[in-house]
Design a protein around this ligand. Structure first.
Ligand code: HEM
Length: 505
């Protein structure tokens, strides 16, 4: 297979011209049609097409180099796809105070139709976004928040491990992890939001996931899946037509469920005065810049954003650990590390989180190979030059996280799960290229606000699972492919053999 590495030097070379090359000189994949009627749709629709668009982009950059110009549909502006770490560094370093990203029109239509406050991730309005972002940064991004999260998250994680162990004992060791891990993410994020457990999941596998929580999880899954179909609609469809598109109707029904159930739950908590005072919902309600409906919407946004992203990151990491050729060595290292870090403690606290570099490296490596957001976008804030080409203000820039994080030019054995690559790194090595080639949480003023919470959830669960359970990929199960449902998810439920560690040693 061709790789970015194997391209001729000319194809990778950035322009040495003092004057930038024209936008029209950026390589374009094959198009059909002519003039404004042309597009590269057939090039991307080949094979598994849009379901595996991240692979199509890999092919694009292997064939045309690290920068390409394309449009999926006729009469749409060309966007620029970039898979070069230096260019990504330049884009992030030159963002203004309000970096803009691609917004998703159907989400905005739904929001306006229901007269709802803004969705922070989908707004490019500076004043509006800043108001919402400030409270998220204060209560989610500061490291000082982490200690208060640990006990609550640990409590959920230990229940999940108990549940998996009991389920394994009743099923010859075979466990389907997908729904349990999603319920874990929902329970963990809601425990931070409300300051106490919501009751989505217990340690008893005979008690199903609480029906309303399962409904919420299914609605979020459905919302992301149908969004993937809507994202490819031409932007020139009149907004008034959206209401009649079946996929939009499906999106609306999932969103209705998410917002109705979520809002009802939040209002109940407020009315019951069941909040503990240091929970996020109380903190949002106390923010002078947010009214009650905005504070509720902010909290709901976190329930929504915090489930599938984190759950899929956990699932992919467990998958990589259990399918690696040196799986048992990796698991032993994790086990030893967490046992030493915990000593006689039974709950993972912030101090322990500081002593588990190998587990952190496993998570970083999992996110490198399967970044839940396979692409990050920015809108060029002004006329600029990227990789020697003129890029007009307003151009959509697609930064190819999946493609770059598997670039053999930057990572040796780039498709192999090798957590060690993130430890004891040589200062003179490829550090900056590696850093800008793998940015699963994005970066800068619009980087992921849930990053610290997500990482805390993932480290704690991974530590407890591997400490207690030996994971093995079943020979009867085929290896998993990723598929795009807005997020990069495993294409089928994840079934793993889980044996209690004590029964093996
Ligand atoms: C492994 C888990 C997660 C991954 C990989 C992830 C990834 C991302 C990425 C790539 C972005 C866009 C960043 C950019 O454009 O620079 C983002 C934005 C965002 N994420 Fe996450 N995320 C995760 C978990 C979470 C969680 C748990 C929450 C909430 C509790 C959350 C809330 C948000 C919000 C609100 C934004 C929009 C920020 C803005 O537009 O200012 N994320 N996330």
């Amino acid at each position: 297979m061709l790789s970015l590495k194997s391209l001729t030097p000319g194809a990778r070379k950035k322009s040495t011209h003092s004057r930038p090359l024209l936008f029209s000189n950026i390589p374009v994949p094959p198009e059909i049609g002519f003039g404004n009627f042309s597009s590269s749709l057939p090039y991307f629709a080949k094979g598994d097409g849009f379901k595996r668009l991240f692979k199509q982009f890999q092919r694009l950059h292997n064939e045309y180099g690290p920068i390409a110009r394309l449009r999926f549909l006729p009469f749409t502006p060309y966007l620029v796809s970039i898979a070069d770490p230096d260019a990504i560094a330049q884009i992030f370093r030159s963002e203004g105070p309000m970096p803009q990203r691609m917004t998703f029109v159907p989400w905005e239509i739904y929001r306006k139709e229901h007269n709802m406050p803004t969705i922070v991730g989908n707004s490019n309005d500076y004043e509006e976004w800043k108001r919402f972002r400030a409270s998220l940064c204060d209560h989610l991004l500061r490291p000082k928040n982490i200690p208060s999260w640990c006990t609550r998250i640990d409590d959920v994680a230990q229940d999940v491990v108990d549940r998996v162990k009991k389920e394994a004992a009743a099923n010859n060791g075979i466990v389907t992890l997908t729904s349990t891990i999603k319920a874990y993410s929902l329970e963990a994020v809601s425990s931070i939001l409300f300051g106490k457990r919501m009751g989505c999941i217990t340690n008893d596998p005979n008690i199903p996931i609480e029906p309303q929580s399962q409904g919420f999880i299914d609605a979020v899954d459905g919302f992301f899946a149908v969004s993937e179909r809507l994202i490819h609609l031409p932007p020139y469809i009149p907004l008034s037509l959206y209401k009649h598109i079946p996929a939009y109707k499906e999106l609306s029904s999932h969103a209705d469920y998410i917002f109705n159930v979520g809002e009802q739950l939040l209002l109940e908590k407020i009315q019951e005065r069941k909040l503990t005072g240091d929970d996020l919902l109380t903190l949002f309600l106390q923010r002078p810049e947010l009214n009650e409906s905005e504070a509720i919407s902010q909290a709901l946004g976190l329930l929504f954003a915090g489930v599938d992203t984190t759950a899929n990151a956990i699932l992919w990491t467990l998958y990589l650990i259990s399918t690696s050729t040196n799986s048992s060595e990796i698991q032993s290292k994790i086990r030893d590390e967490v046992n030493i870090a915990m000593g006689s403690k039974s709950v993972i606290d912030e101090e322990i989180l500081g002593k588990i570099p190998y587990i952190r490296a496993c998570v970083k490596e999992g996110l490198r190979l399967y970044p839940p957001a396979s692409v990050s976008t920015r809108i060029a804030p002004e006329d600029t030059t990227i990789m020697g080409y003129s890029i007009p203000k307003g151009t959509l820039l697609m930064m190819q996280c999946y493609v770059m994080s598997r670039d053999p030019n930057v990572f040796d054995n780039s498709n192999v799960f090798k957590p060690e690559r993130w430890l004891d790194r040589d200062q003179t090595s490829n550090r900056s290229k590696e850093a800008y080639s793998t940015l699963p949480f994005g970066m800068g003023a619009r980087g992921c606000v849930g990053r610290r919470l997500a990482e805390t959830e993932i480290y704690i669960l991974l530590a407890h699972i591997v400490r207690n359970i030996d994971l093995q990929w079943l020979s009867s199960e085929s290896l998993l492919e990723g598929e795009l449902q807005t997020l990069l998810i495993p294409e089928k439920p994840m079934i793993i053999s889980c044996q209690p560690v004590s029964s093996i040693n």
